[in-house]
Design a protein around this ligand. Structure first.
Ligand SMILES: Nc1ncnc2c1ncn2[C@@H]1O[C@H](COP(=O)(O)OP(=O)(O)OP(=O)(O)O)[C@@H](O)[C@H]1O
Ligand SMILES: [Mg+2]
Length: 317
């Protein structure tokens, strides 16, 4: 996504290498229908399933300014809502009659809105990426916003703010992440529609790999076939589409042949695919053998897929 405008309020425009496949389009349309019905949407799924990209795309389609927040362990509610940040000091000096000097000094607490308040006040789209990385108590302010459409502001003249009807909210989270995340309050999940994302379908993964690497379709297909085969062998969990993109980019940059028999290509595949699982990384040899097996299997498959004429010519040689 290309992000423009000032640091807190964004206007989104997707990048040229963002692809809208039927899978992407159908998911975005579902999300938009829930948002238009007044419900916040939550994209949930394992790493690399396109949650953030999808949320950004849907936010762009809503066509209004976007406030982006990334969940953070360190956040308190004032980081989202706002708080008293210092004092406003004003001094009026009245010297209208030169022999009379009148001064008046006032000190007021200074409330500064934070991003959530800005979005609620002006009716922007809130995109809260990986919201379960923030502690549940920091996210409590969202409960009345999403249900009663009011925001509670502590310690200011106006204790409540009516949420602007244009306000929309998108969330993402990875329920399978084990590092640095919190269990989300049921009350929050209950207020949003959760769309579960899984790995991209084959056509989408090929289109994304092709768009991000610039490889021709036929080569992107081969790279994706290897990654998807390895993923299946690995319990359909990882590697993600990022592995397809990484291999394809290196192939494009080094002009490698996409053939499992090409030793440089095989090495790149082993380097990228063997990092699928931190826990198994110690047992590198077993993983390498697994990759080799996938490459051998795919080599056979590629050979069978070769056009007949090419095979015949080679046989004659
Ligand atoms: N429609 C798309 N077009 C082009 N690239 C895409 C598309 N969807 C996802 N990608 C790419 O796929 C990769 C994974 O997507 P993304 O970062 O959105 O996943 P995620 O689920 O948010 O992952 P994580 O949980 O690790 O944050 C990224 O490189 C992203 O640019
Ligand atoms: Mg993400």
């Amino acid at each position: 996504m290309i992000i423009e405008e000032c640091p807190t309020v964004l206007r989104l425009k997707h990048r040229e290498d963002f692809v809208v496949t039927p899978q992407v389009e159908s998911c975005a349309n579902r999300a938009l229908s829930y948002l238009e019905a007044g419900y916040p949407v939550h994209f949930s799924g394992p790493t690399g399933t396109g949650k953030t990209s999808m949320a950004l795309y849907v936010a762009e389609r809503l066509g209004q300014p976007v406030i982006l927040i990334h969940g953070d362990e360190e956040y308190g509610s004032s980081d989202l809502v706002g708080g008293i940040h210092g004092y406003r000091f004003s001094k009026v000096v009245d010297n209208f009659i030169h022999s009379v000097l009148k001064t008046e000094e006032t000190v007021r607490k200074q409330w500064v809105d934070n991003r959530l308040t800005t979005a609620c006040k002006h009716g922007f789209t809130l995109l809260y990426d990986e919201f379960n990385r923030s502690r549940p108590e920091a996210n409590n302010a969202l409960l009345p916003i999403l249900e009663e459409k009011v925001l509670e502001l502590a310690n200011v003249g106006e204790p409540y703010l009516q949420v602007n009807p244009k306000f929309k909210a998108l969330f993402t989270s990875n329920p399978m992440e084990y590092a640095g995340v919190h269990t989300t309050q049921n009350a929050l999940i209950d207020r949003m529609v959760t769309i579960k994302l899984h790995h991209f379908d084959r056509d989408s993964e090929i289109a994304i790999t092709q768009a991000k690497s610039g490889l021709p379709l036929e080569l992107a297909e081969k790279v994706v076939a290897i990654v998807r085969d390895f993923r299946e062998q690995n319990g359909n969990h990882r590697p993600t589409v990022r592995a397809s993109i990484m291999i394809a980019r290196v192939v494009a940059q080094r002009c490698l042949g996409v053939s499992p028999e090409d030793t440089d290509f095989a090495e790149v595949c082993r380097d990228v695919l063997c990092m699928v699982d931190q826990e198994k990384a110690g047992n590198g040899q077993a993983l390498k053998e697994k990759v080799n097996k996938v490459l051998e299997k795919q080599a056979g498959w590629f050979r069978r897929k070769r056009p007949k004429r090419e095979r015949v010519q080679q046989d004659i040689k």
